[in-house]
Design a protein around this ligand. Structure first.
Ligand code: SF4
Length: 302
């Protein structure tokens, strides 16, 4: 178990403003630990945990595989408790099963786009590559396959960006349909810790990921939370400056995010004292998400 032998659920602050352990946490250790729960090999086939498959309206309509397990603990995260208790949620699917689920939704809803969302898709890279292999054997059916990532794995494991480039190339002649959406959560140490739950020494990882994706020729863009409740103008300019230094076109292509906190995000935000966002009174949506939490954890609320 990483991070002081205490499971990494969601960040909580004590009345004096300090974090309850194991926060701030180590996302590289959490990557390894979460892999042990959500990725497994059966007879050489890499399986990964998912909770559901569905279609949503973003990206002009997209079939979505909702995977389990992340190595960040963002306070505004919209994902349900499968992020924090990956051992309790989801079933294992092979790459072929994921591909077939996505194709069935696409056919039913006349869609040509798909993605893996709900968590960090690069946690199980071999599984991801095999899904992308299947997609690229069926290029007539797809015009886009989105890989949404926080960049921790790409920033720490040097071969991942190069491998992704074979499915998500910036060169149109390569005939790939992959595209990476890289989320950069923070540009200054203290707000990076506040937003992601990670120790500040990992602040550079998403920027290293951006550099590697650029150098490998990957088709990608960066999403930045510019919502002033979470990111000051100073921090936003720092993020933009670092992206411009990698290449000005990355800065120009930034997707700016404003947040509408979902029920589970409200619980997480209240746990770190952000009543300026949640409001003092709990809404019924927040209470519902709270009740949904594993019972043993509810009893340890601070
Ligand atoms: S990176 Fe995405 S999925 Fe992971 S904790 Fe942050 S918002 Fe949630």
């Amino acid at each position: 178990m990483p991070n002081s032998e205490i499971p990494v659920r969601f960040a909580r602050k004590r009345p004096d403003g300090s974090y309850d352990l194991p926060f701030p946490m180590d996302p590289v250790e959490l990557t390894q630990y979460t892999r042990g729960i959500v990725c497994k090999k059966v007879d050489g086939t890499p399986y990964r945990k998912y909770t559901k498959f569905y279609a949503v309206g973003v990206y002009g309509g997209i079939a979505t595989a909702y995977s389990v397990g992340c190595n960040f603990r963002c306070v505004f995260c919209w994902v349900d408790w499968s992020r924090d208790w990956p051992e309790l949620y989801g079933e294992f699917y092979s790459p072929e099963q994921v591909y077939l689920q996505l194709r069935a939704i696409m056919q039913k809803q006349s869609l040509r786009r798909a993605r893996i969302s709900g968590a960090e898709p690069t946690l199980c890279p071999e599984h991801l590559y095999q899904v992308l292999d299947l997609v690229h054997q069926d290029l007539k059916a797809f015009d886009l396959f989105v890989i949404e990532t926080n960049g921790v794995v790409i920033g720490t494991e040097s071969d991942v960006a190069k491998r992704i480039a074979t499915y998500a190339s910036r060169d149109p002649h390569d005939n790939t349909v992959g595209h990476v959406r890289l989320s950069i959560r923070g540009g200054l140490p203290a707000p990076f810790v506040e937003k992601t739950g990670c120790s500040e020494k990992f602040l550079d990882l998403p920027f290293i990921a951006a550099e590697r994706l650029w150098d490998a020729g990957v088709s990608f863009h960066v999403a930045v939370v510019v919502d002033p409740r979470f990111t000051t103008e100073e921090e936003k300019l720092e993020i933009y400056s670092r992206l411009s230094n990698i290449h000005p076109s990355i800065r120009r292509g930034v997707e700016e995010e404003f947040l509408d906190p979902y029920p589970h995000a409200l619980v997480r935000l209240r746990a770190v004292g952000r009543t300026d966002v949640t409001g003092l009174a709990k809404s019924s949506r927040e209470r519902h998400a709270e009740k949904d939490m594993p019972p043993d954890w509810q009893q340890t609320q601070i």
